[in-house]
Every structure is written in structure tokens, then in C-alpha cells.
Design a protein around this ligand. Structure first.
Ligand SMILES: C[S@@+](CC[C@H](N)C(=O)[O-])C[C@H]1O[C@@H](n2cnc3c(N)ncnc32)[C@H](O)[C@@H]1O
Length: 249
């Protein structure tokens, strides 16, 4: 049976009223339940949306995606989960730069029961605080308590390490030697290239890399910095409809 996932979260709108009226008209035009996904600047229909039939994902997502924005990002999270599941078939550990509130990582850890893989480790990094000197934009939950809150969020998982600091410098403190999956979501071209300089060689063959901002026009500087970096090494990134970039090492 086809299902829908419809959220009214779209970024960068000049006239939200006009946009959402148009979206409603489009939904009326396709009529009823037809595998429609709306949100996170995506609108499509007539799709299987197979992630909606993934109980492990949907249970974890329902528990941890609490805000409207988080709920609109389901397709992106399903891509991360795919990469992590694939990574569990390889050797190495798991990396997210950066994790912010830890929502995506927490969903994925629950969906794969990461605690049942004590030989594998998940490394999460973030600044957790923001000041005006930083090139990326602030986020609502940034502040002096966020690091402690995120550590608490993973306190039941001894194989998850949350580290506060600036990527790439902080990677000297704690980082895996072998990586089975990596998720870069730094909203910052220099920091992402810095992370790649340190970590890409540690990704094992077949490991999945997801570049969260790669396809987003607002973060075009990341694509412009990363394309030549990968081209020098003989790789091309695949731009996904979610706005993520996908690369298999
Ligand atoms: C979009 S949020 C990450 C969301 C998270 N990946 C998720 O899926 O839930 C981007 C984060 O990057 C962090 N950040 C930006 N530049 C950074 C840097 N150089 N080092 C560490 N964290 C950084 C910010 O503090 C912010 O929390």
C-alpha cells in the first residue's frame, strides 16, 4: 500500500503563502495517497518511499525526530541509515562531523541497535556553541549546555564518543584509524575539506561517504571546493535528490 510523508518544511521561500497554496494545489491534483513526499525542498509522488516500510527506522525516527524540521528530513536520514548499515558489513568505525543535537546519529544508532555492536565505534564531533567569528550560521540549540546534553543523549551507548571542538583540529584528539562510514555536515567548505584531508584516506574500500550539503545551492562553496579535491583523487560525487552528495570509496 502506498503511503505519504507530507511536511510543510521548505527552506528559502520568498512567498511562503503562495508556495504552500501551490503545493496544496499540486497535492489536490494528484489526489489521495500516491506515495507522495513533501518537505525539505522535495516534492515527489508515485514513489515506493520504501523507508516508510522500514520498522527499525520508523520506530527510531518517531522517537527521536521531534521538531517539524527534523521530521521533514526523513529521506536524508534514511540515506544515512543505508550508509551505516552498509558500513556494518565492512571493517572500521563510524564518523559524523558534525552532529549538532545528535538527532540523526541517535536515530541511526537505535535503528541498527548500535549498542549490540560493541566492537564498532561511532565518533561524533561538534562545536556545540556559536559565536559571531565562526563562518557557519548559528543554530537554535547552540549554547553552553548542548555538549553535555548530547553526551547525555548517548550515555547508554559506551561505543559512541561525543567530542567538542573544531573540525579538523579536534580530529587529533579522537578519531578512528579505519572508517566504515562517514557523514560530513559542517555547512562550511574549509572545515569539510579539512575533515577529508584527515579522514578520507582512513575510509576502507567500499565505505560510504555522505556530504549533507553538497547539492544545496546555499552551500555551493562546498561543492566548488570538494569537486576538484575528489577529481584529483579520481572520484566523482553523486548529487542525490535529497541535496546530499554520495561517494563510495
Ligand atoms: C546542520 S548541523 C549538523 C546536523 C546533524 N548532522 C544532524 O543530522 O542532526 C551543522 C553543525 O556543524 C557544526 N560545525 C560547523 N563548523 C564546525 C567545525 N569546524 N567543527 C565542528 N563543528 C562545526 C555546527 O556547530 C552545527 O551544529
Amino acid at each position: 500500500m502506498s503511503k505519504n510523508h507530507l511536511k510543510t518544511v521548505f527552506f528559502g521561500l520568498r512567498n511562503p503563502t503562495m508556495f504552500y497554496e501551490g503545493l496544496q494545489t499540486a497535492l489536490d491534483g494528484i489526489g489521495g495517497a500516491m506515495g507522495a513526499y513533501a518537505g525539505d525542498n522535495l516534492f515527489t509522488y508515485g514513489r515506493n518511499l520504501g523507508f516508510l516500510d522500514d520498522p527499525a527506522l520508523m520506530q527510531a525516527f518517531g522517537k527521536h525526530a521531534s521538531t517539524e524540521i527534523e521530521q521533514a528530513l526523513l529521506w536524508r536520514v534514511s540515506v544515512i541509515l543505508w550508509g551505516v548499515r552498509h558500513g556494518l558489513r565492512l571493517q572500521g568505525d563510524f564518523v559524523e562531523c558534525a552532529c549538532y543535537k545528535g538527532t540523526t546519529a541517535r536515530i541511526v544508532c537505535d535503528a541498527v541497535d548500535f549498542g549490540a555492536h560493541p566492537d564498532r565505534h561511532y565518533y561524533l564531533y561538534d562545536l556545540f556553541e556559536h559565536d559571531a567569528s565562526q563562518p557557519h550560521h548559528a543554530m537554535p540549540e547552540h549554547g553552553k549546555h548542548l555538549f553535555a546534553q548530547v553526551k547525555q543523549r548517548f550515555s547508554d551507548l559506551p561505543n559512541v564518543t561525543v567530542t567538542q571542538g573544531r573540525v579538523p583540529e579536534v580530529l587529533r584528539e579522537a578519531a578512528p584509524g579505519k572508517i566504515a562510514f562517514m557523514h560530513l555536515d559542517l555547512n562550511n567548505a574549509d572545515a569539510e575539506v579539512g575533515a577529508l584531508e584527515t579522514l578520507f584516506d582512513r575510509m576502507v574500500p567500499g565505505a560510504v561517504l555522505i556530504l549533507d550539503d553538497y547539492g544545496w545551492l546555499g552551500y555551493r562553496a562546498q561543492k566548488d571546493a570538494e569537486d576538484p579535491w575528489f577529481a584529483q583523487r579520481g572520484y566523482r560525487v553523486l548529487e542525490l535528490p535529497t541535496g546530499q552528495g554520495l561517494l563510495i570509496k
